[in-house]
Unconditional design. Structure first.
Length: 86
C-alpha cells in the first residue's frame, strides 16, 4: 500500500511539473508540484513498513516536517487554483 502511495505522489508531482512547464506557467502549479513533492519526500523518509505503524526511524522528524509543509502547500495550491484566495 505504501508503494502505491509513493507511486501516486510521484505521478501527481510529475503532472504538476508538466502543467507548469508546458501549459501556462501558473505559480500555483509550481506550488502544487512542490507540495506533492514534499509529501512524497515525507512518505519516503518516515521509515514505516506500513501506513498504520508508528514512525520511529532516524528521519521521522524530518519526514513529519516535510509532510506538514507539503500539506500546507497543497492546500494553498487548491485554494489558489479554485480562486478562493488570490
Amino acid at each position: 500500500m505504501k508503494k502505491l502511495l509513493l507511486i501516486a505522489l510521484a505521478v501527481v508531482t510529475l503532472i504538476k511539473i508538466v502543467d507548469f512547464v508546458f501549459y501556462g506557467r501558473n505559480g500555483y502549479d509550481l506550488m502544487g508540484a512542490a507540495g506533492f513533492g514534499l509529501l512524497l519526500a515525507g512518505a519516503a523518509l518516515d521509515g514505516r513498513r506500513a501506513l498504520n505503524a508508528p514512525a520511529t526511524g532516524p528521519r521521522a522528524r524530518q519526514a513529519r516536517i516535510a509532510t506538514v509543509c507539503g500539506v500546507v502547500l497543497v492546500l494553498v495550491y487548491f485554494l489558489l487554483k479554485m480562486k478562493i484566495i488570490g
